[in-house]
Ligand binder design. Structure first.
Ligand code: ATP
Ligand code: MG
Length: 334
């Protein structure tokens, strides 16, 4: 750890598809900013992706690279941030097993995010892995003894679960881990284009960071607005409008004017959407440009992943040595 970076961040994403604007305002922005102040670890949680995608493991290889390209394109700097692939750090799986002894099934079943995701996926029954993914997430966060976890709102119950595990571990065995804190971004739950659920890769209601200008335009055009507004001069209700939510997030300079004009029926939805399309495309232009470098140079992305994973494993090995010592499992110390 470099001298000026006393504290650690761990955060990450499931490689279930491309990253979207929800990730950007929910946590990517924070990660990019904080990587200079914190020793940052960014995990591509491929094992966790299997909890809902175990039938299609063949997609992971491309998705892992896709997420890595998205990270690099938005400004994650591999000199500042360690990017790692979860399944290639087996110490995380080991830690998950130890933690599973001190977590109750009832705690996991009460987790509101587990409940809502299981309803969203239409599960009649949950696999052991799905129910237990917050435990595996606790292992992700603690293998590097993270202090801070930048996440979206849906993750808060999981951070709370991690804190509970850490407290129990530290009390039972030895004080090995700090209690991590969650850091929620400016928009903890960006709504999806459907206007109902959170923007999510799996629900395909998202504007992706690698959407083309045309795709952004078409998606914004189809986005749900105020249903009570029929004629252009009807007064609008920005508080129920998805497009207005996006103006708040991506058109900070113009949002006040849009709100006033909408309420007075002075701007129609078509013009309002046109302004939003412009703002989003301005944000995405440099990201698109940077991504091209990595698409043209795929070995660069692989190198970042291999290097980061190797570094993370060294850290994980050290932590696991401490864990085994604390649990008196170090039968044959050197
Ligand atoms: P999936 O649908 O496959 O679960 P996802 O879109 O929910 O994908 P995750 O990889 O599960 O993305 O989440 C990664 C991080 O991004 C988490 O910290 C999560 O809270 C945050 N995040 C995801 N979607 C949003 C959103 N719409 N608004 C704010 N933060 C979000
Ligand atoms: Mg999710």
């Amino acid at each position: 750890m470099s001298k000026n970076k006393q504290k650690r961040i761990l955060t990450g994403d499931r490689p279930t598809g491309k990253l979207h604007l929800g990730h950007y305002v929910g946590s990517l922005q924070n990660r990019v900013k904080l990587q200079h102040e914190y020793d940052t670890f960014l995990i591509i949680a491929d094992v966790q992706a299997l909890t809902t995608n175990f039938e299609k493991p063949e997609k992971l290889s491309e998705n892992v690279r896709q997420v890595a390209r998205d990270y690099l394109a938005v400004g994650i700097d591999p000199e500042e941030t360690t990017i790692l692939v979860q399944s290639l750090v087996p110490e995380i799986a080991e830690l998950t097993v130890f933690y599973s002894m001190i977590v109750t099934v009832n705690q996991l079943q009460r987790n509101p995010t587990i409940k809502s995701e299981s309803a969203q996926y239409g599960y009649d029954e949950m696999t052991y892995g799905f129910l237990g993914y917050p435990v595996s997430q606790a292992a992700d966060i603690t293998f590097c003894k993270a202090d801070l976890v930048p996440v979206g709102e849906d993750q808060l119950p999981h951070i709370e679960q991690t804190r509970r595990i850490v407290r129990k571990f530290n009390n039972l065995y030895d004080k090995v881990f700090p209690e991590p804190e969650a850091l929620v971004g400016d928009f903890p739950r960006l709504v999806g284009l459907d206007g109902k659920s959170k923007m999510s890769k799996s629900l395909d209601n998202a504007i992706y960071l690698n959407d083309s200008e045309e795709e952004v335009k078409n998606k914004v055009q189809d986005a749900v607005t105020d249903p009570a507004r029929i004629r252009i001069d009807d007064p609008g209700h920005p508080e129920v409008c998805t497009v207005f939510e996006y103006h708040k997030a991506f058109n900070k300079d113009g949002v006040k004017e849009i709100e006033g004009n909408c309420r007075q029926g002075k701007i129609g939805c078509v013009a309002c959407k046109r302004k939003l399309t412009g703002a989003i495309n301005n944000l995405l232009a440099p990201i698109r440009e940077k991504r091209v470098e990595y698409i043209n140079n795929p070995s660069l992305v692989d190198e970042v992943l291999i290097d980061g994973t190797r570094k993370a494993r060294e850290v994980a090995r050290e932590t696991l040595n401490e864990v085994r010592e604390a649990m008196k499992l170090n039968y044959f110390p050197e």
